[in-house]
Design a protein. Structure first.
Length: 306
């Protein structure tokens, strides 16, 4: 049986105790009938994971998602962070709001954010330990907010309404940010074919509202080889961009319907080698679909799901 591997955290892979290679966010594959697989993260802050697999292993295990590829299986292991038992205060600040708020970030059995006032408290877990954390506050017509910016390789921005019950209202992982006049501007750089950058401006008003949203690219769709056009096309849909530039005149009017037609896929991948190389793999939370486009003179005339 063929098993493809996809790991958000790069890791070494062992089969029956023997090292067989590495796996990351690009497809890797193994062919075997039965065995004990071990995934050993190269980042030592994660625990390894493992599973025994045979021809009857076709559904998710406790630590691994298993997706049918209709000729093989895709294995997506889940890794858990190692927890520290030592207490470490990372940052703390008190905001003199109408109901004063204390906010702190600490590491103790996992990294946590703690907000409290005289009437309520809220604890939020963080997925990583920030290199630094910045706290901000803002208010709009009596509604008060606390914003925490957790900075590491990327910045995780968390927003909370602290008027009355403390409630999370905003979460965004980005590459850059700005905070001014009750607004947060975020920048996200995508590692895709056209080099998309997404800039979003959010206003903390009576609620958190998206004020504007712009997408730019480093490369033109017409600068890439034709065989890569289908991948760039589906990546454009994935980020809610404008796929009409890839479409023939008769299909442009249907560009807005493509997301509903294709559903909420999460990743665009090449096909496994037992499928023709003229299709693209769309990865969903619990399945894959194979999509095919018809290109005529460099533009897409038709899109089908196989």
């Amino acid at each position: 049986m063929l098993y493809y591997l996809l790991c958000a955290t790069p890791c070494a892979v062992k089969l029956n105790g023997d090292y067989v290679g590495t796996a990351g966010q690009n497809f890797s594959f193994l062919e075997f009938d039965e065995g004990f697989l071990e995934f050993l993260p190269l980042d030592q802050t994660f625990f390894p994971t493992s599973l025994f697999i045979n021809k009857n292993t076709t559904s998710n295990t406790q630590n691994t998602k298993i997706i049918d590829l209709y000729g093989g299986f895709l294995l997506i292991p889940q890794f858990f962070k190692k927890l520290s038992s030592d207490f470490k205060l990372i940052e703390k600040r008190i905001f003199p709001l109408s109901n004063p708020v204390t906010v702190s970030c600490y590491n103790h059995g996992g990294v946590k954010l703690y907000l409290s006032n005289e009437t309520d408290f809220f604890i939020d877990g963080l997925p990583f330990c920030p290199e630094k954390i910045v706290f901000e506050s803002c208010a709009y017509k009596g509604r008060e907010y606390i914003v925490a910016v957790c900075v590491a390789k990327k910045s995780l921005i968390l927003g909370y309404c602290v008027s009355g019950k403390i409630t999370p209202v905003f979460k965004n992982l980005c590459d850059g940010y700005g905070f001014e006049n009750n607004c947060i501007t975020t920048l996200e750089n995508k590692n895709d074919l056209l080099g998309h950058s997404i800039s979003s401006k959010w206003g903390f008003e009576e609620g958190v509202k998206l004020l504007n949203f712009t997408i730019s690219t480093k490369r033109s769709p017409f600068s890439i080889p034709e065989k890569l056009v289908p991948y760039a096309f589906f990546e454009e849909i994935l980020i809610d961009g404008d796929p009409s530039v890839f479409l023939s005149p008769k299909l442009k009017e249907k560009a807005k319907d493509l997301r509903e037609f294709l559903g909420n896929f999460e990743k665009v991948l090449p096909p496994p080698h037992f499928i023709g190389d003229d299709v693209v793999t769309l990865l969903y939370s619990d399945k894959v679909e194979y999509a095919k486009v018809s290109l005529v003179r460099g533009v897409i005339e038709n899109v089908i799901i196989i």
